[in-house]
Design a protein around this ligand. Structure first.
Ligand code: ASP
Length: 351
C-alpha cells in the first residue's frame, strides 16, 4: 500500500520534471540583461560638401528607423538575432543603401548580393552570396543557418533554397536605382581611362558617398546573447561572381558571446585577407584586450599597415553592451541605441 508520503514524492518528481522541461524550451522570463544595438550603413568618402541637407536628413531618418525597429524587438524580449534581422531589413528595403533594393551594379550590370548572420550563443552562422532576386538577403541567410546543415549557399542554389522555403523571387528590375546605375557608368568610363577594375573610391573619384552603403547590425538581447549581421551589394563594377567579406563569418561578420559581435564595411578584400572581425574577437579572447582597443588596432593600425588606409570601418558590441564604431574613411553612416536607451546617429568624421 503506497503511503501518503510516497504519493506526494512521486507527484513532486513529476511536476518538477515538467517545470524543468518548460524552463528549457522557453526563454527565461525574468531575463534582464542590458540591451543595445549598433548599426552601420557603409563607410567611405562621405563628405558634407557632397550631400544636400535633404539627402543627409533621409540617411539619418532611415538609420533611426532601422535602429528603432531592432530596439523594439529587444525591448519586448525578442532575441538579438530577430533584432539584427529586422533592423537590417529596413535598410535593405531602402533604396539609399547598398543592400537589397539600391544594391550596386557589377561590371556586367547585375545586382549580386551577399549577406550573413551569426549567433553569438551557438556560434552558428548562415550566409548567402551572389543572389540576384532576393528582396531581403539577410532573411535568407537566417534560413540557411536555421534550416540547413550548411553555412553558405550561393547564386542559383541559394535562390532554389529560398523558393523551397516559400520565399518569393523578385524580378531583377526591383533592385535597380538610377544613382547606382550612373555610378557604374562612371566606373566603366574611369576603367576605360585605365583605372583598376574595382570601384575603390580612390580609383574612382566621383563615386563619393553614393559608392557605399553596405548595412550591418550587432545587438545584445535580454538574455545576454549577441548576434551580428551584414548585407551588401558588394562593390560597384565588381567582376561577375565576386564575393566579398560580408557573407564570410570571421571576415565581415562575426559573433561570439564570449567576446563580441562585429560587422565590417569597406573594401572587402582587405577584410577577407585579415579575417578582420575574427581578429577583433581573438584579441579580446587571447590577449584580454578591451573591445575598443581591439577595434581601434584593427582599423587604425593593422588595416592601414596592410595598405587599407581609407578602406573602411567596423561596428562592434560586447556582452555588456559596450559599443564601438571605428573607420579610417572620411565618414561612415552609423548609429546606436545604447544600454541607457540613448539613440545616436552620425555620418561624418567630425561628429
Ligand atoms: N565590404 C563590402 C564588400 O566588399 C562592401 C562595403 O562594405 O562597402 O563587398
Amino acid at each position: 500500500m503506497p503511503t501518503m508520503k510516497s504519493i506526494l514524492f512521486v507527484f513532486t518528481l513529476l511536476f518538477s520534471g515538467m517545470a524543468l522541461r518548460a524552463a528549457a524550451s522557453a526563454p527565461p522570463a525574468m531575463a534582464n540583461h542590458p540591451i543595445a544595438i549598433v548599426m552601420h550603413g557603409g563607410a567611405g568618402t562621405i563628405l558634407r560638401k557632397d550631400m544636400t541637407p535633404q539627402m543627409e536628413a533621409r540617411y539619418r531618418a532611415s538609420l533611426k528607423t532601422a535602429l528603432q525597429t531592432g530596439y523594439a524587438v529587444l525591448k519586448k524580449g525578442g532575441t538579438s538575432l530577430d533584432a539584427v534581422q529586422a533592423a537590417i531589413q529596413v535598410l535593405e528595403d531602402s533604396p539609399l543603401f547598398n543592400a537589397g533594393k539600391g544594391a550596386v551594379f557589377t561590371h556586367d550590370g547585375k545586382n549580386q548580393m551577399d549577406a550573413a548572420i551569426m549567433d553569438g550563443k551557438s556560434m552558428r552562422a548562415g550566409a548567402v552570396a551572389d543572389v540576384q532576386h532576393i528582396r531581403n538577403p539577410i532573411a535568407l541567410a537566417r534560413l540557411v543557418m536555421e534550416k540547413t546543415p550548411h553555412v553558405l549557399l550561393v547564386a542559383d542554389g541559394a535562390e532554389k533554397f529560398a523558393q523551397s522555403q516559400g520565399m518569393q523571387l523578385m524580378p531583377a528590375g526591383y533592385f535597380y536605382t538610377k544613382p547606382r546605375w550612373q555610378e557604374l557608368q562612371r566606373a566603366l568610363q574611369a576603367e576605360k581611362r585605365g583605372r583598376k577594375s574595382l570601384a575603390l573610391e580612390e580609383n574612382y573619384p566621383g563615386t563619393t558617398a553614393q559608392g557605399f552603403g553596405t548595412v550591418g547590425a550587432v545587438a545584445v538581447d535580454r538574455y545576454g546573447n549577441i548576434a551580428a549581421g551584414t548585407s551588401t551589394g558588394g562593390l560597384t563594377n565588381k567582376l561577375d561572381g565576386r564575393v566579398g567579406d560580408s557573407p564570410i563569418p570571421g571576415d565581415g561578420t562575426y559573433a561570439n558571446n564570449l567576446t563580441c559581435g562585429a560587422s565590417g564595411t569597406g573594401t572587402g578584400e582587405y577584410y577577407m585577407e585579415l579575417n578582420l572581425t575574427k581578429d577583433v574577437s581573438d584579441l579580446m579572447e587571447y590577449r584580454g584586450w578591451s573591445l575598443k582597443r581591439a577595434v581601434d588596432y584593427e582599423i587604425h593600425d593593422k588595416l592601414v599597415k596592410f595598405g587599407g588606409e581609407n578602406s573602411g570601418g567596423l561596428i562592434a558590441l560586447d556582452r555588456q553592451g559596450e559599443i564601438v564604431t571605428a573607420f579610417n574613411t572620411a565618414g561612415m553612416y552609423r548609429g546606436y541605441i545604447d544600454t541607457h536607451g540613448n539613440l545616436v546617429v552620425k555620418i561624418f568624421r567630425d561628429e
